[in-house]
Design a protein around this ligand. Structure first.
Ligand code: AMP
Length: 113
C-alpha cells in the first residue's frame, strides 16, 4: 500500500511542523490554516475515514479524543477550541487518512459552512 500524505509527514519524508507526538498519534500544523491555531491530529495507523474505523480501533479513537484537548492546551487555546472530523469528500475530506482538525485562537460560528 502506498503511504498516505500524512504517513509521509509522520515519517519525516515530507516537511511538516510537528507539534506533538506519542506512540499512537502525531499532530502537525495544517498547511492552509483556518484559524490562528489549526493542527491535524493523526493516528499513526492509516484508517481512511472515521466510518472505516472498527471496534478494533476503539481505544485509538478514545486516545485521539483525550489527546485533542491536551494539544489544544499546549497551543494556548484556553477553553475554546473546535475539533472537526470530515468524513467523505461530500463533507470536505480531502486526505483519506483519518484526522482530527483542532482549531482555536478565534471565535467560531455555528453551524459551520
Ligand atoms: P480534510 O479536508 O478534512 O481531509 O483535511 C485535510 C487537511 O490537510 C486540509 O486542511 C489541508 O489544508 C491539510 N493539508 C494538506 N496537505 C498538507 C500538508 N502537506 N501539510 C499539512 N497539512 C496539509
Amino acid at each position: 500500500m502506498a503511504k498516505t500524505l500524512f504517513e509521509k509527514i509522520i515519517d519525516r519524508e515530507i516537511a511538516g511542523t510537528i507539534v506533538y507526538e506519542d506512540e499512537q498519534c502525531v499532530a502537525f500544523k495544517d498547511i492552509n490554516p483556518g484559524a490562528p491555531v489549526h493542527v491535524l491530529l493523526v493516528p499513526r495507523k492509516p484508517i481512511p475515514t472515521l466510518a472505516a474505523a472498527t471496534a478494533e480501533d476503539k481505544a485509538l479513537l478514545g486516545h485521539l479524543m483525550l489527546t485533542a484537548p491536551k494539544v489544544a492546551a499546549q497551543l494556548g487555546c484556553g477553553d475554546a477550541f473546535r475539533v472537526v472530523v470530515n468524513n467523505g469528500a461530500g463533507a470536505g475530506q480531502s486526505v483519506f487518512h483519518l484526522h482530527l482538525h483542532i482549531l482555536g485562537g478565534r471565535a467560531f460560528k455555528w453551524p459551520p459552512g
